[in-house]
Design a protein around this ligand. Structure first.
Ligand code: FAD
Length: 402
């Protein structure tokens, strides 16, 4: 049989979830994916344990030109609904922090769950299939699209684009979803790598690049968003959870602020030490507030070798340079050169403009029968299980209406 009620392009989380939902409602569904492996991105997610949802997820955890768009899908499929499915499949899980749910075992269990839901719903999955072309045909109400592929031609009433974003091309990410959207005249919000951390300017890379491997507890802030988590110095720049989060909210040229001693007012602390007659060198004291490798580097980079900051006991150091140093400790400002890019990014920001889609069904307002779900849509979650929750909820919204 080459005709289906729905053909879904992309066998990732959103595509498989959508397929199972539609299949259980009696729809005949075919999924096509060019990858040889099912759910490749799920397998590498959450450090191999898949952070499959976040119990605190609301529309406020997503970046989109229209942050209200995802509300309807979340109202009909919540993180608790996915937990119920996890329990149905007997998958052991745990909360790591801040509502983030991970498999105790491995991400393979989530792929197995999705595959088994698809099997139960009699969904056909065709891997290793190059999709060449999607065309619209107007023969009848039940045959609206033709898909030509390396495994032959198929027709369907509805076509669902679930091809994800551009992140991690080496495991099969492509811009095919955006190409189809453009082909049918849908607007795209410009895409950008996100949840990928920052690259440093030449000067900052020279000064701090060799601190690679150093983790620092921070309050990281960008454009009014604050993240109380670690940053990690790398060869290329800055990584770690706080920096990944910040990269989602950053635009080129924006400052990123790091409070490197988030529990301490550094100036008050230093002045109290000075008043109590501390004869220690500033760098040794600073090493009590921030990691000593970073403390040494701050003193080298921001003060000349013969500065009292580098040579005198604290009691003999004037207050002004102490103030200058403490301002940097509590508010170190970086203007990144850029973000790390699609090869490392967990997600792609931007995508199919939500104005083009029904928030109830994910169907194109212009082209009946054409749907977009998951990361290809301009809805991008923070780090912490939010992106999979969008994949499930948008897949459910679409699958329930096919
Ligand atoms: C390293 C990493 C870790 C992550 N960890 C987490 C996490 O723990 N929690 C979380 O919530 N999110 C995480 N994410 C994000 C999350 O994986 C994605 O947001 C989610 O997988 C998107 O689902 P999707 O189904 O929309 O797209 P995808 O999972 O990307 O699936 C798209 C599918 O479409 C196929 N495809 C693409 N182009 C074509 C084409 N031209 N023809 C045919 N098929 C095509 C691909 O092969 C793929 O199978 C992580 C991402 C990465 C990269």
């Amino acid at each position: 049989m080459n005709h289906y009620d729905a053909i879904i392009i992309g066998a990732g989380g959103a595509g498989m979830f959508c397929a199972a939902t539609a299949g259980k409602r009696g729809r005949s569904v075919l999924i096509l994916d060019h990858s040889k492996k099912l759910g490749a991105k799920i397998l590498i997610s959450g450090g191999g344990r898949c952070n499959f949802t976040n119990l605190e997820a609301t529309h406020q955890n997503y970046v989109s030109e229209n942050p209200h768009f995802c509300k309807s899908a979340f109202a009909r499929y919540s993180p608790w609904d996915f937990l119920e499915l996890i329990n149905k499949h007997g998958i052991a899980y745990h909360e790591k922090k801040l509502g983030q749910q991970f498999c105790d075992g491995s991400a393979q269990q989530i792929v197995n769950l999705l595959k088994s839901e698809c099997d139960e719903a009699k969904v056909k999955i065709q891997l290793d299939c190059q999709v060449y072309k999607v065309s619209r045909i107007e023969e009848s109400a039940t045959t609206r699209f033709e898909v030509s592929s390396s495994k032959g031609s198929f027709t369907c009433e509805s076509i669902v684009v679930a091809t994800g974003g551009l992140s991690i091309p080496k495991i099969g990410a492509t811009g095919f979803g955006y190409t189809i959207a453009k082909q049918f005249g849908l607007k795209i919000i410009p895409t950008r790598a996100a949840l990928d951390g920052f690259t440093l300017s030449q000067a900052d890379a020279r000064d701090f690049g060799d601190l690679s491997g150093l983790a620092v507890d921070t309050m990281t802030s960008v454009n009014g968003m604050n993240f109380r988590e670690n940053i990690l110095f790398t060869h290329a720049g800055l990584s770690g959870p706080a920096t990944l989060q910040a990269s989602l909210h950053w635009n080129p040229g924006d400052e990123v602020h790091f409070n490197l001693a988030p529990e301490t007012d550094a100036l008050e602390w230093f002045l109290a030490k000075k008043k109590s007659g501390s004869k220690s060198l500033v760098k040794n004291l600073l090493g009590e507030l921030i990691p000593s490798r970073l403390a040494d580097r701050f003193l080298e980079v921001y003060f000349p070798p013969d500065s009292p900051m580098n040579t005198m006991p604290l009691t003999q150091v004037p207050d002004q340079p102490i103030k200058d140093l403490c301002a940097k400790v509590n508010d170190w400002i970086i203007i990144p050169a850029g973000t790390v890019g699609y090869n490392k990014a967990e997600v792609t920001r931007g995508g199919v403009d939500t104005d083009e889609l029904s928030s109830k069904t994910m169907e194109s307002k212009k082209v009946p029968g054409l749907y977009f779900v998951g990361e290809v849509v301009d809805v991008t979650g923070w780090l912490g299980g939010y992106n999979f929750q969008w994949a499930w909820a948008s897949g459910n919204a679409c699958g329930s209406s096919l």
